[in-house]
Design a protein around this ligand. Structure first.
Ligand code: GLV
Length: 336
């Protein structure tokens, strides 16, 4: 009897669920996922062609994606077994949520762990744009600097200015905290005002979008990209901004109409811009490269070692929760 029962136990290796990690992550993420799944990692950070990636994901139940992966119907057709898309970012505009939900695929993101890091970076870009740090660095490196001159590379003050935040979620609020330290007046616009206690603690006032554009010395974008926010900042909005004001975009390319921004920078109706994201990135409008009054960075707002580690682990833990523990995702963004 006992022997018979034993003989029912399958022999040979137990088949583990397959998880694909599309871009390079840290070793501890690989270690965690390897204890639960059969994993395919991409530690060489190869940029796969769509059909190469499609081959890899054809039998995957979980995929840890990056913002550079376009998860749409075609992608999901190529991964018929997939149950979870764990996007390694707080933003998920690279994922067609509707297509995932329609197929019962859970989508997760990495909120919370990057707020302070992105807020620090936003302040850095603001100061760089206002005080011409990038331009100064290029000047020194080019060997043109012949000594300190009183009126050289004069910028605009951050201290005491008005900061207008378009978007006031967790990251926006972290930025507001920091802006208070610079003696800035903080205005914000979002779908709805936050509660009065939060407003009071952040010393921030809710205003209409137009009022924010017209009153701010620095307009900062920290809101999700969607059909509704596509080109939300175009010629009309830029023309409402104060002369010599500064635009900082750490949210997503596509929220700004880059052509309109280039015109405003060329005409110097804006003093400067600080950009970490671009429409169609990693391609960017080459005219940006010709302009001195724009600070350009390669989508590194959340790029500190500890934050990127935390993001990768958050995404991995979502895969473990659903696929290994049969539990709810930790950070769901759709109703699958
Ligand atoms: C990065 O851009 C993110 O959305 O986390």
């Amino acid at each position: 009897m006992r022997l018979k029962e034993f003989s029912k136990i399958p022999t040979g290796p137990i088949k583990m669920k397959k998880v694909v990690i599309t871009r390079e992550v840290f070793s501890e993420t690989i270690e965690l996922l390897s204890t639960h799944f059969d994993i395919v990692a991409n530690q060489q950070d190869l940029i796969f062609k769509r059909d190469e990636l499609f081959d890899l994901i054809s039998d995957a139940e979980g995929i840890q994606t990056a913002t550079s992966d376009r998860v749409d119907d075609e992608f999901l057709d190529a991964a018929p077994l997939v149950k979870v898309i764990a996007n390694t970012a707080v933003g998920y505009n690279n994922v067609d949520l509707e297509a995932c939900s329609r197929r019962g695929v859970i989508v997760t993101n990495t909120p919370g762990v990057l707020d302070a890091t992105v807020a620090d970076y936003a302040i850095g870009l603001m100061i760089s744009a206002c005080r011409r740090i990038g331009e100064g660095e290029r000047y020194v490196r080019s060997g043109q600097w012949k000594g300190m001159r009183f009126k050289q590379l004069l910028g605009v003050d951050v201290y005491g200015g008005t900061l207008g935040l378009l978007g006031f979620g967790r990251i926006g609020q972290e930025i507001a905290k920091r802006a208070n330290g610079f003696g800035m007046r903080v205005l914000y616009h979002a779908r709805s005002p936050v509660d009065p206690a939060t407003e009071a603690s952040l010393n921030a006032s809710y205003v209409s979008k137009d009022k924010l554009l017209q009153s701010s010395d620095v307009v900062m974008l920290i809101l999700p990209y969607s059909k509704e926010t596509h080109h939300m900042i175009g010629e009309n909005q830029l023309s409402q901004m104060k002369k010599h004001s500064v635009l900082v975009n750490i949210a997503r390319g596509g929220i700004v109409d880059d052509k309109a921004l280039i015109n405003a920078l060329k005409n110097q109706t804006l003093f400067a811009a600080g950009l970490d994201v671009y429409e169609g990135e990693p391609k960017l409008n080459p005219e940006f490269l010709e302009l001195e009054n724009v600070v350009l960075s390669p989508h590194i707002g959340s790029g500190s070692v500890s934050t990127r580690r935390a993001m990768a682990m958050t995404a991995a833990n979502n895969l473990v929760s659903v696929l290994s523990h049969n539990q709810a995702p930790l950070n769901p963004v759709n109703r699958s």
